[in-house]
Design a protein around this ligand. Structure first.
Ligand code: NGQ
Ligand code: ZN
Length: 440
């Protein structure tokens, strides 16, 4: 379909020829490629982009998630609103160039490094909102409640002090940010994890009026150490505990849920909640493998996230979601189904619907053709030569590392053209300056 201003548009099930929704918005822009709704990055901590690649050096005989976390905390103490803005904008530019048009920002760097609130108290959240606005990415901001340092209720360590909120100050922050919601900005709620949020605080937040709408996200069962600590403290595994003590439904997004037994897998799949899977980070941190085939067989909903931002690429997340299972089961096309035999297309469709649900964009998970965020793959790239409709997504996800994304358009604003974000240079310049001060 190489007609001017016409596109092959994927509607979640098949490709159809359609008029380009952006026609006319940017003068001579002509789209004639493969267009898709943009993906949601369902879980990310923007600031961690600044340490991508810096924790790959042996720090001791037993490097682990927990030793990585010390490196990450050391970096976290160095941020102020200006540096956060610079690093977040860089992360968001890279997300848009990679095919994410919306991000769920799991935000817990609330206060100054000593734990004192900024004036205003939302200064760090404001930096994220400004970075999203400037780069054009849609934002589901998830201010995060972080209270304790472990299941035993121990106080936060010095490096964690800037994460701390009481239930009251946390709800005040949510309320202040909700007043600023507009198209492109949704304010949800995040509970950092069961180790960081005591049961009484979890209940207080969920019982407050502010939890009555919007998405609710939580990290859960990422590491076996967390499962063991939860069992010791409560007698239950983390996902089972959560399902028994919180009204987990389609508004909830459980991040990782790596370590579940068969009963937890079945119950979570049937809850309608989304699981945000972050394969590149989960691999990088040595978390473990999610039981994807069993979860999908029970009708479970998934989304993908770049989490630590060690990699910003939906292609890599979706590819490794499938490859992890292939390596484990010594079989192929494990994410495919009888109705959708193409692994890449099925994974993309699941991540699209689940991501929109996790972001609070449409809780009922309907994929719409006229999505307000469209990405376009370069139909002239050799990687897509001779590819017929059902093979396009499979080829994008499994066959290439070349950036195939030619354009991204969000709410009629052209953000990426010829593979480059329109503010790429200006954003990168500020990012380099921020990195110089973060690492000096
Ligand atoms: C985070 N990262 O929130 O960035 C966490 C570690 C913590 C992952 N869980 C922080 N991958 O546990 O305090
Ligand atoms: Zn996370």
């Amino acid at each position: 379909m190489h007609t001017l201003n016409m596109l092959n548009v994927w509607d979640g099930a098949q490709w159809r020829a359609r008029q380009c929704p952006c026609a006319g918005s940017e003068g001579d822009t002509t789209w004639h490629g493969w267009a898709l709704p943009g993906l949601v990055n369902a879980h990310a901590h923007a600031f961690q982009r600044a340490m991508a690649g810096l924790a790959e050096r042996r720090a001791g005989a037993e490097d682990s998630f927990w030793s990585w976390r010390e490196t990450m905390y050391a970096l976290a103490t160095r941020f102020d609103p200006e540096r956060l803005h610079a690093v977040a904008a860089q992360s968001y530019v890279e997300m848009l160039e990679a095919g994410y048009t919306h991000v769920c920002e799991f935000h817990y760097l609330h206060h100054d490094p000593g734990g004192r609130p900024y004036a205003p108290a939302s200064a760090m959240a404001d930096a994220l909102i400004d970075a999203a606005r400037e780069t054009g990415i849609g934002l589901t901001l998830l201010p995060t409640l972080y209270i304790s340092g472990g299941f035993d209720g121990r106080p936060l360590a010095a490096h964690q002090r800037r994460f701390a909120h009481t239930v009251e100050s946390f709800l005040a922050l949510i309320e202040a940010l909700r007043a600023r919601e507009t198209t492109g900005l949704i304010v949800g709620i995040a509970l950092h994890s069961l180790r960081a949020v005591p049961a009484s605080a979890l209940r207080a937040v969920l019982d407050s009026g502010l939890a009555a709408r919007g998405p609710i996200h939580i990290h859960v069962a990422e590491q076996t150490g967390e499962v063991d600590a939860c069992l010791a403290a409560t007698g239950q595994r983390p996902v089972a505990w959560l399902l028994d003590h919180a009204p987990v439904d389609a508004r909830w997004c459980l991040v990782h849920a790596t370590h579940m037994d068969a009963d937890e897998t079945r119950r979570l799949a049937r809850s309608s909640a989304v699981v945000a899977l972050c394969p590149s980070t989960e691999a990088n941190l040595g978390d473990g493998l999610f039981a994807l085939p069993a979860f999908l067989a029970e009708g479970g909903r998934i989304a993908i996230g770049s989490d630590s931002n060690v990699s910003i690429s939906p292609v890599e997340e979706l590819r490794w979601l499938e490859y992890g299972q292939r390596l484990l089961h010594r079989a192929r096309n494990l994410a495919s189904s009888a109705q959708q035999p193409h692994s890449g297309e099925r994974l993309f469709g699941l991540a699209l619907a689940g991501g929109r649900q996790a972001a609070g964009l449409d809780i009922d998970t309907e994929v719409r053709v006229d999505a307000d965020a469209v990405i376009e793959l370069d139909a002239t790239h050799a990687l897509l030569a001779g590819r017929r409709s059902g093979e396009v997504l499979d080829s994008w996800i499994f066959a290439g590392n070349a950036p195939l994304l030619r354009a991204a358009c969000v709410r009629s604003r052209m953000l990426v053209r010829d593979g480059r974000h329109l503010q790429r240079e200006a954003v990168a310049r500020r990012y380099r300056q921020a990195l110089a001060t973060l690492r000096d």
